[in-house]
Design a protein around this ligand. Structure first.
Ligand code: F6R
Length: 348
């Protein structure tokens, strides 16, 4: 099911995106929200959905300049959150039934926040209890590890960031047209990545027996690494960690030794040089490096690493949506090589 669901991503994305773009503008039918009434945004979610929240935080802050925080639902409930009626709470959940997320939504509402949920399962508890809901329309997910719902959650939060920025007058009509065109192009770009999955399978066959993997990246690539790492560990049982690359020197680098696999994420081109210097740093300690970058930076990266995966070029804010697809496939093929029960990982 996991592979089937990854292969369904282009269709799921079309359902999530195409009805919401009209004449170069984002349209959310029935959504009455006036963002000028809110001074902060809190994103509440668990697991992979919280990684969508991390990407959302970077993109919402960049486009709207509204302070945005991502809080794990299981922490939110017990941290005496600072929330009032000027807070917009965005709740993200595939199932719409996750208990911690549900409880956090109730708490946020009790404190006066306005709630907007991004949910896959129509009519689920979270969808019903939120002031507004944006459905992802990914279709049912059978595999435990989320894939197609994850990419559609990203698409919806990216559309939301554009919609809110336009409402605030922070995007010119040309910029909005450019961004919506790039969002509309995503399903075909995901198809392109899926068609080159043999290369990903090849790298999985090279690296499946590593015991320890680090995903490193900065900014959007850090959020991407969080998801790549979770996907790998939950279905292959390989110990895997995600780090903001700049944190390596504050302790983690002592774990890098000959044979450690580092998945270096260098899709975010403004920080590409920084990504390269981290690659050089871990290579010098004997790590094997599998890099993920965009087509425009392929040549530069290829000289320094042991393996390379690429994604098509797109707008910066959309990079994690394309970048996660090869990481999902990598996790899948590694788990397959290791003979794991991919759709039903132990203990989950
Ligand atoms: C990981 C995964 C989980 C979920 C998490 C939240 O592949 O599927 O981490 O993302 O349990 O679930 P939802 O989104 O249904 O609230």
């Amino acid at each position: 099911f996991m592979l089937k669901e990854i292969m369904e991503e282009p269709e799921a994305l079309r359902r999530a995106i195409l009805p919401r773009i009209k004449d170069g503008k984002v349209v959310f039918e029935g959504l009455q929200l006036d963002i000028r009434q809110y001074h902060s945004i809190k994103i509440i979610a668990c697991g992979s959905s919280s990684h969508v929240g991390m990407v959302g935080k970077y993109n919402l802050e960049k486009l709207t300049r509204i302070p945005t925080e991502v809080v794990l639902a299981s922490e939110f409930r017990y941290c005496d959150p600072i929330i009032d009626d000027k807070t917009l709470v965005i709740v993200i959940s595939q199932s719409g039934e996750t208990l911690d997320t549900m409880a956090a939504l109730r708490e946020a509402k009790a404190l006066g926040a306005r709630s907007l949920s991004i949910v896959n399962v129509v009519g689920s508890s979270i969808a019903r209890e939120s002031d507004d809901v944006l459905y992802t329309w990914a279709g049912p997910e059978i595999a435990v590890a989320t894939t197609k719902a994850f990419v559609t959650q990203l698409a919806v939060i990216d559309l939301l960031a554009v919609w809110l920025a336009a409402q605030l007058g922070r995007l010119s009509a040309d910029e909005e047209t450019r961004l919506t065109a790039a969002i509309a192009a995503l399903p075909a770009q995901v198809e392109q990545i899926l068609s080159s999955r043999e290369r990903i399978q090849y790298y999985a066959s090279q690296y499946f027996n590593h015991d320890s993997v680090f995903f490193i990246g900065r900014n959007l690539d850090y959020a991407l690494g969080m998801e790549g790492s979770l996907k790998l560990k939950e279905i292959s049982y390989i110990h895997s960690e995600a780090y903001a690359s700049g944190e390596l020197k504050h302790g983690t680098i002592s774990l890098i030794e000959p044979g450690t696999l580092v998945v270096a994420l260098g899709t975010y081109s403004p920080l590409f040089d920084k990504a390269m210097s981290n690659v050089i740093e871990v290579k010098a300690r004997g790590a094997s490096v599998l890099a993920l970058t965009t087509e425009q930076n392929r040549e530069e990266m290829e000289k320094r690493v042991d393996g390379i995966l690429t994604i098509p070029d797109t707008e910066l804010m959309l990079l994690p949506l394309l970048g996660v697809v090869p990481l999902q496939l990598f996790a899948y093929y590694v788990a397959l090589q290791r003979g794991c029960d991919i759709d039903k990982p132990r203990n989950l």
